[in-house]
Design a protein around this ligand. Structure first.
Ligand code: ADP
Ligand code: ADP
Ligand code: ZN
Length: 214
């Protein structure tokens, strides 16, 4: 099973990917996470990507598609892939079709997380994650059950992303509307798109996604 989670920044793609990994043993392929790892490691890709990411613009199609290509090739053939934050442009959508075909895979579902824009700013500005294991939290909607302690690993260190501020979020929402939303009709024509109400609670969204996968 190979699926795309599609939705604007803050829609819940990362949160739902983590649930799918846990419930179904799928692998999350998040270009955002891969790029942040490259920035942290100060690789050539990371050095090139950092300023672009801080501005809320898109990193080049070549860079993100080759990250996906490398990571998918390294996966066991029978493990399902969740594409999180990729593809984001028409060119990337074409690249993904070629990369999947090369690996003997095909796309089963595109799940569109539908959310209203005002909620996104609130979600992104309240987002933080565990500095040790990456578990995702939100100040009000999804705090750790014991304040200051990660539910997953017990760490007390948390971090926030430099691009999670209102100005950059508005910019990223515009990029989503202009560059990413236009790839949906192509998938709709293939009959593989299902829209899920991303404004529901995290567990309800997870149930709706599981219903699509079974
Ligand atoms: P994305 O990967 O699409 O950018 P995230 O999964 O990182 O989005 O979610 C953004 C923020 O919103 C996080 O702080 C997360 O805890 C919170 N969040 C995710 N899903 C929901 C939901 N269904 N309801 C309320 N808050 C949510
Ligand atoms: P979010 O889900 O909150 O929008 P991501 O973690 O997916 O954020 O992406 C963070 C940033 O990384 C994006 O704003 C962009 O600069 C870069 N990025 C991630 N994925 C891609 C992609 N597929 N194409 C181009 N740039 C990307
Ligand atoms: Zn943790």
């Amino acid at each position: 099973m190979n699926i795309i989670l599609l939705g604007p920044p803050g829609a819940g793609k990362g949160t739902q990917s983590a649930g799918l990994v846990e419930r179904h043993g799928m692998k999350q392929l998040s270009t955002g996470d891969m790029l942040r790892a490259a920035v942290k490691a100060e690789t050539p890709v990371g050095l090139e990507a950092k300023a672009v990411m801080d501005r809320g613009e898109l990193v080049s199609d070549e860079i993100v598609s080759s990250l996906i290509d490398e990571n998918l090739a390294a996966m066991p053939a029978d493990q399902g892939a969740i594409f999180d934050g990729y593809p984001r442009t028409a060119a990337q959508a074409g690249d993904l079709d070629r990369i999947l075909a090369k690996n003997g895979r095909s796309l089963d579902h595109v799940i569109e997380l539908d959310v209203d824009e005002d909620a996104l700013v609130e979600r992104i500005c309240g987002r933080f994650s565990c500095a040790n294991c990456g578990a995702l939290y939100h100040d009000t909607a999804n705090p750790p059950s014991k304040e200051g302690v990660c539910d997953t690993c017990g760490s007390t260190e948390f971090k926030r992303r430099p691009d999670d501020n209102e100005e950059t979020v508005r910019k990223r929402m515009g990029v989503y509307r202009d560059e990413t939303a236009p790839i949906l009709p192509g998938y709709e024509a293939r009959g593989i798109v299902t829209r899920v109400d991303g404004m529901a609670g995290i567990d309800e969204v997870a149930d709706a996604i599981d219903a699509i996968l079974t």
